[in-house]
Write a protein of this length. Structure first.
Length: 474
């Protein structure tokens, strides 16, 4: 078996970075992401310590499974450390990655345009876009030992992939397949088809974010989202949805458009004014320039959508661009919108980053609106330990519950929802199926990208339902 080192997301869910050791002179990285909240690597990398703390002299390539910041955010530091090998990703990810890196540089490093452009130029030189299911030979320093990589759709966000490495050792013999799952998507998610298991994996690195639970099905999660929209219409409240700019935002827009479309003829009575409001009266606000750019790319990459989404477009609907949708670009307009929503009793849904409330424009909305019981906060994604999102989830139903934002205490009086069904991650049953549906399952599984309880629960489920699997490392 081949050695795998974990430089992040071994005991948590952020900072994904894994190294496949091919031989003494060659290795390959899978992802290089930012840490969030209180999570850190064994060697001290954290949200405050971003420099690459491990030896990269033998790293021949970087494989990007998808472009979420906790999987790609440290790439500028990898380049600064001297990495000059290919950065292999899917074709959609190749279009999205420069946008993510540019934003990460602006927010966390510098606004110096010359420095940003220099980094983006380096990135453009090193990106190698791959078609799904196409093999690519990695450049090793020992020609007698070969390694190919193939990307397969993971259903997590647009362009997401799991990576299969086919290793052919120096001695003649059978090849060895090592699969890195990246982040796997849940089935029946909007826009993207569910991932299909590989034919075989001798060794598997498997995410375990929700290894201890299953999500609500699509019908029930849609019902809960619809209920929050009805509440907003009835009491003139604002629904705040912290969401990553890529993936979750576009899926939410798709579902919101569907709910509004299906209720076009219905009305709701506004409690405060006694007026009758239609579903077209609810404002949908995307307050994120980055999310707006990603949504444009999503629209341009319709061939990668699933069958249902393509059929909606062909019927004349616009799931990611509909009448009530407003995009907030400038910071000035953002501040005006926050102030307006705090004063008025007009129903609205605001989707803004960051998804864990650890920064970004969502923080200003929370400061202004979290203390009003007319409002709602909906969490649709994982909230890491040490983030404000986790605190809001933990303390919202406690007496005098509050959250600390930018050093100040803010009371939590808004209704807080957690709709797990909108998570872009597979649940426990989906993860088990990813393994059990392989024709030749792995003899060794490394569980990563999950907290202790989630990994323990998933390991037990795999041992029970996939007895042919060998060792499970967690």
């Amino acid at each position: 078996m081949y050695e795998i080192k974990h430089h992040g997301a071994k005991d948590g869910v952020t900072g994904s970075c894994h190294e496949l050791i091919i031989n003494d002179d060659n290795s390959v990285l899978v992802d290089c992401g930012l840490f969030q909240g209180a999570e850190a690597s064994d060697r001290g990398a954290s949200s405050a310590q971003l420099e690459i703390e491990f030896d990269i002299r033998n790293v021949r390539a970087l494989i990007v499974t998808h472009v979420h910041i906790d999987h790609v955010g440290r790439i500028p530091y990898l380049l600064a450390a001297g990495f000059n090998g290919p950065i292999v990703c899917s074709r959609p990810s190749a279009k999205l990655l420069p946008l993510v890196i540019e934003d990460a540089l602006k927010v966390g490093v510098t606004r110096n345009r010359q420095i940003i452009n220099a980094c983006l130029d380096r990135l453009a030189e090193q990106i190698v876009p791959l078609d799904y299911q196409a093999w690519f030979e990695l450049p090793l320093s020992t020609p007698s030992h070969r390694c190919h990589v193939k990307l397969s759709p993971a259903g997590h966000i647009l362009g997401s992939a799991y990576a299969t490495f086919r290793l052919e050792p120096e001695q003649a013999g059978k090849s060895w397949d090592v699969v890195f799952s990246g982040d796997l998507g849940a089935p029946y998610a909007p826009l993207l088809a569910a991932p299909k298991s590989p034919y075989k994996a001798d060794q598997l690195v498997l995410e375990s974010t929700y290894g201890d639970k299953d999500h609500e099905d699509r019908h029930h999660r849609r019902q809960r989202l619809q209920a929050s929209m009805e509440k907003a219409l009835a009491d003139g409240g604002v629904v705040l949805i912290p969401a990553f700019s890529i993936g979750r935002t576009q899926e939410l827009l798709y579902e919101i458009e569907s709910i509004i479309h299906d209720h076009a003829e219905q009305t709701v009575s506004h409690t405060a004014t006694k007026q009758t409001l239609s579903w077209q009266d609810i404002d949908i606000i995307i307050d994120s320039p980055l999310a707006s750019q990603f949504t444009e790319v999503y629209r341009a990459l319709k061939p990668y959508w699933d069958k249902e989404a393509i059929e909606r477009v062909e019927s004349g609907r616009h799931p990611l661009s509909f009448e009530q949708l407003t995009t907030i670009d400038s910071h000035e307009l953002h501040e005006q919108t926050v102030a307006y929503l705090a004063k008025q009793k007009r129903p609205a849904i605001v989707i803004a980053a960051s998804g864990m409330c650890a920064g970004g424009r969502i923080v200003n909305y929370l400061k202004a609106l979290l203390g009003d019981q007319r409002n709602d906060v909906i969490f649709v994604g994982y909230q890491a330990q040490g983030t404000p999102g986790r605190e809001i989830l933990t303390y919202h139903d406690k007496d005098n519950g509050y959250v600390i934002l930018d050093g100040e205490h803010y009371p939590i009086r808004a209704k807080v929802w957690q709709i797990g069904g909108y998570s872009a991650h597979a649940g426990q049953t989906d993860l088990v199926h990813f393994v059990s549906r392989m024709r030749y399952p792995p003899s060794k599984i490394h569980l990563v990208h999950g907290e202790y309880e989630a990994k323990q629960a998933l390991a037990q489920a795999l041992q029970t339902q996939c007895p042919e699997v060998g060792e499970i490392v967690r």
